[in-house]
Design a protein around this ligand. Structure first.
Ligand code: ATP
Ligand code: MG
Length: 141
């Protein structure tokens, strides 16, 4: 079904700070089903490709350095209206502007180190899901 999946990464800051369990729990409590998941680490090349859309931005180097600085959890999440509902659950990019109770409000430390990623469109959710997971790692259950 189109439009029911999104790709998340629990970023290196949140993994380092011990928040994998709490964040995963908040995601599933909000009604998302985990249909793919792994602990992994991005190479420089991976991060540059994943965030290629931002390559002209002044923070690109910092973003790549941060995203490769330690393990991440990548996951594909399924729910009606997954992309938009997940972005509501995580809150604004800058945790200072993130609504109370959102994942970034609770666990992010700065605009750069902001705990989680969420896809911004159905099209990118599919591209990003396939970036991290082979077909046989994407479940339907
Ligand atoms: P994400 O794509 O990680 O879910 P987002 O969609 O909320 O975040 P984007 O505009 O796509 O935000 O930016 C991608 C990432 O780049 C942000 O999550 C953040 O880690 C980093 N970033 C964005 N703006 C800045 C900034 N002004 N300074 C430093 N890092 C930034
Ligand atoms: Mg984004």
């Amino acid at each position: 079904m189109a439009g029911n999946k999104t790709l998340t990464m629990i970023k290196p800051d949140a993994v380092r700070n011990g928040h994998i369990g709490a964040i995963t729990n908040q995601i599933t409590e909000a009604g998302f089903r985990i249909v793919a998941m792994k602990l992994t680490q991005l190479t420089q090349n991976d991060a540059e490709r994943f965030y290629a859309v931002h390559k002209e931005r002044p923070f690109f180097g910092e973003l790549v350095e941060f995203m490769t600085s330690g393990p991440i959890v990548a996951a594909i999440l399924e729910k009606d209206n997954a992309v938009a509902d997940f972005r509501t659950l995580i809150g604004a990019t800058n945790p200072a502007e993130a609504a109370e109770g959102t994942i970034r409000a609770k666990y992010a430390t700065s605009i750069g180190e902001n705990a989680v990623h969420g896809s911004d469109s159905d099209e990118n959710a599919k591209i990003e899901g396939d970036f991290h997971f082979a077909g046989r790692e994407q479940f339907d259950y």
